[in-house]
Design a protein around this ligand. Structure first.
Ligand code: NDP
Ligand code: OXD
Length: 312
């Protein structure tokens, strides 16, 4: 019998039980606070932002499945057991959702949508002529599961694509890969629309700041759907106010929810979405967990295990 200890503190969470019951016939799906006791036998945790210290109380937990691709919501718990593997979400639903968000926002900047909206508000018939996609340089920061999937979705539109990652990637048609700190500045200098899909680690924190944003071409735009720690927001506002950057779409923040008094909400060049760029979809996520439990129970490594030293 497979036992899942589920933790999610959000409205609408009742959709998860049927998804797990369909993916794992006979599953014992226990929703917090009904987690039982460690004496109930081995269990898997499936969680988003569990209360700090909670998982440590259950030494029967064999593996922790993160409900998201990011794991900062787990590793910020100082009592998180160090020896329990953490499997990061990487199901098809998450990739498809992110590709939709990235296509929507890249097209929005390419086709001057923020400027069109500004004209509409002034009842102004102002015809602007966007460049061809082949003249627009899109750069994806982070070329992992999501960055790669989003790049494949963008390719048919004809943009000049590039990626930046920690380690070098094999050559690929239609996209130029940059890697390592030494290539970061060249990557920024060729990027008109930047898509942030990096995890939050000490190395990615504050990568976009006044110095690095100044390296981007004038009128470049930034879309951040990775983690909020990537950008120094004060520096971003200065770059927008000076006209150096033309816009920013921000889905993630260091403090969430974003404070209602934060001036970013009403900045005319900023779009804010409430951490919904991609939402884990129950059917595909439960199947992903089920497949990994099968692997674990037949003695194989699960996919996408967090490397705690690397931080992602
Ligand atoms: P992956 O682990 O598959 O990919 C991470 C990518 O980031 C890799 O390409 C990795 O490089 C790169 N990277 C990590 N550290 C560095 C560094 N120091 N310098 C350069 N590149 C670096 O993760 P996913 O693609 O699955 O997810 C990415 C992030 O997206 C998640 O961590 C999460 O924070 C965020 N996310 C946000 C969502 C939202 O709704 N807003 C939804 C889902 C995820 P390399 O390839 O060399 O290892
Ligand atoms: C995730 C997220 O990490 O939603 O999946 O941010």
């Amino acid at each position: 019998m497979t036992r899942i200890l589920f933790y999610l503190d959000e409205p609408g969470k009742e959709i998860w039980r049927p998804a797990f019951e369909a993916a794992i016939p006979g599953v014992e799906f226990r929703e917090y606070p009904d987690w039982g006791t460690p004496d109930d036998g081995p269990a898997y945790v499936f969680a988003w932002e569990p209360e700090p210290g909670l998982i440590a109380k259950y030494p029967n937990v064999k593996t922790i499945f993160s409900l998201g691709a990011g794991v900062d919501h787990l590793t910020s718990d100082p009592d998180l057991p160090a020896d329990v593997p953490i499997v990061r979400m990487s199901d098809m639903g998450l990739k498809e959702g992110m590709a939709e968000y990235v296509l929507m926002t890249v097209l929005m900047y390419h086709r001057y949508m923020p400027r069109m909206l500004a004209s509409q508000r002034k009842h102004e018939w102002r015809r602007l002529f966007p460049p061809a996609a082949s003249d627009v340089r899109v750069g994806i920061l982070g070329y992992g599961a999501l960055g790669h999937y989003c790049a494949q979705a963008l390719k048919p539109l004809g943009y000049q694509l590039a990626s930046w990652s920690r380690t070098a990637k094999p050559e690929e048609d239609g996209i130029r890969h940059y890697s390592g700190e030494e290539a970061f500045e060249d990557f920024l200098a060729r990027t008109d629309i930047l898509v942030g899909l990096l995890p939050s680690t000490p190395e990615t924190t504050g990568l976009l700041n006044s110095r690095t944003m100044a390296l981007m071409p004038r009128h470049a735009a930034i879309i951040n759907a990775g983690r909020g720690s990537l950008i120094n927001l004060g520096d971003l506002v200065s770059a927008l106010d000076s006209g150096h950057l033309s816009g920013a779409t921000l889905d993630v923040f260091v403090e969430e929810p974003l404070d209602e008094n934060n001036p970013l909400w009403s900045h005319e060049k900023v779009f804010i979405t409430p951490h919904i760029a991609s939402i884990t979809r129950p059917t595909t996520a439960a199947e992903y967990v089920a497949e990994n439990i099968k692997r674990i129970e037949s003695g194989l490594q699960p996919q996408n295990v967090l490397d705690r030293k690397r931080g992602y």
